[in-house]
Design a protein around this ligand. Structure first.
Ligand code: NAD
Ligand code: 0WE
Length: 264
């Protein structure tokens, strides 16, 4: 039997086929899930609709996560199609590009802080709030995407590190808040992957090779590997796991020095 047979999953964060959300959608659809996919705005509509069809989904809706009216509309549309929602995947992150290039104190602004935290952290709570009713009685799973920059510094990640720290804290508070309804809330902390969001980042290729050469598995992770971890967290196999941040990063986060560093 497939892991997600008869489960209804909402996926927020598909931009194109390279998105981590696309790796998650492919894995979940492979495991029998029914999917609904949202896109940020008209710019992404056609591409996302085509991808959704590929995953056997004909529920494709606009959702800018800064807009409560759009978030609520998504769940009212889902109620027309489904008896309820079993899983919400949040794969959304954004900070203005000027915040992600340079000395933290010099480039960080009040407005950039607000935007990064609203889109990258609050939006997960907003989805939980709006989706709570549709998950009632279904022991749901909520999954978000984080990054090691929430725990450790690295150049240029800057305000996104704070937003991801906030996101991971909200995973814990949401886990307690929704635990009384039997819902689980977890994050996947993925290693660096070349996606649309990453394409705007200076020297990203160098970061990929840095991580690969210093991780226990001596490689970068793929969206398929992150997708499979998300499928596990969404499945009943993970019924004992909530409030957790699961690293899918080839083990990079556990090292203090890379395995190939020579000690002389
Ligand atoms: P991506 O560009 O494919 O996905 C980011 C998504 O966020 C896009 O679909 C975009 O449309 C959406 N988005 C941005 N602002 C939005 C808004 N206002 N409303 C609705 N949607 C909005 O890039 P990705 O790397 O797949 O990013 C997905 C998640 O994974 C993000 O949370 C990111 O921080 C996280 N992550 C990425 C990496 C990496 O190296 N790529 C590593 C760890 C975690
Ligand atoms: O979470 C992310 C992506 C974050 C991100 C990237 C961009 C680039 C384009 C958020 N907002 C924007 N805004 C833009 O205008 N990652 C984990 C990937 C990532 O992004 C970095 C990284 C890594 C790794 C940015 C700087 C340094 C490292």
């Amino acid at each position: 039997m497939k892991l997600l047979e008869n489960k209804n999953v909402l996926i927020v964060g598909v931009a194109n086929k390279h998105s981590i959300a696309s790796g998650i959608a492919a894995s979940m659809s492979e495991q029998g899930a029914n999917l609904a996919i949202t896109y940020q705005n008209e710019r992404f509509k056609n591409k996302v609709e085509t991808l959704a069809k590929k995953w056997g989904s004909d529920i494709c809706l606009p959702c800018d996560v800064t807009r409560d009216d759009q978030i609520n509309k998504v769940f009212s549309e889902l109620k027309k199609n489904w008896e309820g929602v079993d899983c919400i995947v949040h794969a959304v992150g954004y900070a203005p590009s000027n915040e992600l290039d340079g000395n933290f104190v010099d480039v960080t602004t009040r407005e950039g802080f607000k935007i990064a935290h609203e889109i990258s952290s609050y939006s997960f709570i907003a989805l939980a709030k709006a989706g709570k009713e549709t998950m009632k009685g279904r022991k749901g799973s909520l999954i978000t995407l984080s990054y090691l920059g929430s725990q450790k510094t690295l150049p240029n990640y800057n305000i996104m590190g704070l937003a991801k720290a906030s996101l991971e804290a909200s995973v814990r508070f949401l886990a307690v808040s929704l635990g009384e309804d039997g819902h689980r809330v977890n994050a996947i902390s993925a290693g660096p992957i070349k996606t649309l969001a990453a394409s705007g980042v200076k020297n990203f290729r160098k970061m990929l090779s840095y991580n690969a050469s210093r991780s226990p598995l001596l490689k970068n992770v793929s969206i398929e590997e992150v997708g499979n971890a998300a499928t596990f967290l969404a499945s009943d196999l993970a019924s004992g796991i909530t409030g957790e941040t699961l690293y899918v990063d080839a083990g990079f986060n556990i090292t203090a020095m890379g395995p190939l560093e020579e000690i002389k």
